[in-house]
Design a binder for this molecule. Structure first.
Ligand code: SF4
Length: 117
């Protein structure tokens, strides 16, 4: 099979063509650098994305604090992760980089605060 995709590893946005059978990647073309090759292979085998969102804060200046995953998580867990973060509330004070959720949905990736409150 053949799949076209846009590399999102940098702003250049190279148009990639991936040939694959099941989860075996046969070739990647159109990439300008190795990161594009790695991105295309991950997209076929186990697509991942970083998640940014907010969680509620109790007793803070603002009602919510922005958070992000400390690394990418499987793409098919994004909606479940967003639903879960909607149920999370943290007590003020919140510091920058504070771990808000450990091991989000068993992905091994923490959710950290990207601001203070
Ligand atoms: S292939 Fe390399 S240069 Fe092209 S968008 Fe991806 S990271 Fe950027």
């Amino acid at each position: 099979m053949k799949k076209q995709m846009t590399c999102i590893a940098c702003p250049l946005g190279c148009q990639l063509t991936v040939e694959y059978e099941g989860t075996e990647v046969l070739s990647v073309t159109g990439n300008t650098c190795k990161r594009g090759d790695a991105y295309a292979r991950t997209e076929i085998v186990n697509p991942t994305r970083s998640l940014t969102s907010t969680v509620r804060v109790k007793g803070g200046v603002h009602p919510v604090v922005p958070v992000k995953t400390a690394g990418p998580i499987p793409k098919d867990k994004m909606f479940e992760a967003m639903r879960y973060l909607n149920t999370v509330a943290v007590k003020a004070p919140v510091s920058l980089g504070q771990v808000i959720v450990e091991d989000l949905l068993g992905t091994g990736v923490n959710v950290v605060a990207t601001n203070t409150d």
